[in-house]
Ligand binder design. Sequence first.
Ligand code: EPU
Length: 290
Amino acid sequence: GLCSVRPKEPLRFWNTWCVGGCAEAVISPRSESALGCIRKMTSEEGVHAFVLGEGSNVLIPDEGLEGLVVLLRDDTSPPIVEFSSDSRVEVQVSAALPLRKLLNWAVRRGLSGLEFAVGIPGTVGGAVAGNAGAKGRSIGDLVTFVRTIEEDGNVRVWMGNELSFSYRKSGLSSGRSWITSVGLNLYPSSDGDIRQRLKHFASFRKGQPKNAKTAGCVFKNPPGGSAGMMLDSAGCKGLRVGGAMVSLQHANFIENLGDATAGNIIQLVDICRDRVRDKFGVNLELEVRV
Ligand code: EPU
């Protein structure tokens, strides 16, 4: 009852690019202690294990993944208020909760801080590991603590200031620690102010593809530059390999037109990177996990 294991699970159902092969097995733990047991067992047995949330920032290879894929996704567990004053509310949130659910929850309660996350897919755990953000705001700014399961299966609690959050990166980006829950500061605010901030941040997403199979931005912005602008001016929009195409709306998005493989996407990524290197002498770094 603590979790269910499914063998030979096609992972294309579990990532937003909708590509990739099968996992040897998939498991959906329903508690932190179940996750601890899984971690301890896979470590001791030398079984490869990989945590997947919403799969919105990851490229799953066509060969699939060896070992166990641990699906950390749970739409139902609500945040728990741990501290509340007129000026600050601290909540503890399951890492498996989709970020948009947390944002909805906060907005309904008049809590500000997460408005930048409007339109960002993924789970809270994935967002914290990769320090998801928009327009200079990111989730790391709100984090008070993070609970993880370490390689030995034990819980570790990290304070926010131990996690060295930076642009799309944190001390937990490597995936070695499995995030189970997160403490976040939110700030009581008026509905009007919150609505206005939501509108402000939503406006930056207008030029991004909607209802397309993508993983968000493929490359990080280089220091002081814009990957999207460079890719666009290097003529990448509309480039195609098999079923993968560089978005016509935003050159830093790659769309799966329907039958793309992970291999198609990797080839297109290489072509784009080469074009930007040739034109600008800049080596773009991937933002998606491969
Ligand atoms: N631009 C072009 N052509 C394009 C795309 C962009 O000329 O095809 C220009 C835009 O006109 C703008 C500049 O490039 O002048 C920057 O583009 P944009 O405003 O779209 O922002 P971005 O830097 O490309 C970043 C994040 C996005 C986030 C937006 C909005 C990165 C790599 N990307 O995009 O994050 O949604 O700002 O805040 O940091 C993601 O992380 O997956 C992601 C989509």
